[in-house]
Design a binder for this molecule. Sequence first.
Ligand SMILES: NC(=O)c1ccc[n+]([C@@H]2O[C@H](COP(=O)([O-])OP(=O)(O)OC[C@H]3O[C@@H](n4cnc5c(N)ncnc54)[C@H](OP(=O)(O)O)[C@@H]3O)[C@@H](O)[C@H]2O)c1
Length: 298
Amino acid sequence: MRIAVTGASGLIGSALTADLARDGHEVLRLVRRAPAGPGEVRWDPVRRALDPRALAGCAAVVHLAGAGVGDRRWTAARKKVLYDSRVLGTRTLTAALTAMDEPPRVLLCGSAIGYYGETGDRWVDEDSPAGTGFLAELVRDWEQAAHPAAAAGIRTAFARTGLVVASGGGAWGRLFPLFRAGLGGRLGSGRQFWSFIAMRDEIAALRHILDTPALSGPVNLTAPEPLTNREVTAAMGRVLRRPTLAAVPAPVLRAALGEFAGDVLGSQRVRPARLLESGFTYTYPEIDAAIRAALRTG
Ligand SMILES: NC(=O)c1ccc[n+]([C@@H]2O[C@H](COP(=O)([O-])OP(=O)(O)OC[C@H]3O[C@@H](n4cnc5c(N)ncnc54)[C@H](OP(=O)(O)O)[C@@H]3O)[C@@H](O)[C@H]2O)c1
């Protein structure tokens, strides 16, 4: 299949495109710079520039582009970048898809469990309502921006991704150096739930959604059993064979990270109901194996 991917240079996008290419699929990368070859097409997500003809012949589009949520402090200007890169980017893509005579069969949009907001000890699944706060509202609008594609008959799914266990990036990527240096420890009370997913399972789940015609709408990409930050901390210490005594108090974390600290101090206990119902099998449902896999493969 010919599959278009936005955000292909990112943590998840680079792993996904490598996986697709290994299986013989043709990947068309939508890039924000001058294309480097025939496998790339230029788009400007925020200025709404994407020629629908460039997507001709694509069976699927995977949309992973968006400015890094944890890369910088959330100033008002940064929040606008985070918002526009996702919401306007999705509108740009959707407008191109709905203008095509023969659009791709499926649009798989990146999304995040941030949709649910703070859930404390309460389980949430795909039927749960959106939460409140900047991230929850951003994710809600981001998903809504793809609704015209669904209305036009394109199977549209939202990969509500949890904390991806990877050493090469994302929130988890920042933990590895700290824990390796023996500076790891629980964050805040440590009682908050972290709904994680191993990178290999993230990629397999994205492929599972692409390959499962019955799946549309939101799909939680998380391991079946979320753990508390305290449990995750213990697992990191066990696997890396390091002490984990350096607890970081919540106010210190807030001072260092600003509003984004809510992402690691907040609690989200997410059940991947739709993956489980549709027969998805996890390779690394348990945290120790997920961490070991991240150490081996990045
Ligand atoms: N990693 C996680 O744990 C996690 C968890 C939940 C949700 N997600 C979501 O899943 C998606 C992919 O995650 P990721 O970890 O692979 O992200 P990432 O490594 O930050 O990559 C995102 C990609 O988006 C593009 N991008 C960067 N800034 C942009 C901007 N201002 N406007 C438009 N595009 C921009 C870049 O690709 P190009 O330069 O090639 O355009 C970048 O490589 C993101 O939307 C993220 O929010 C990730």
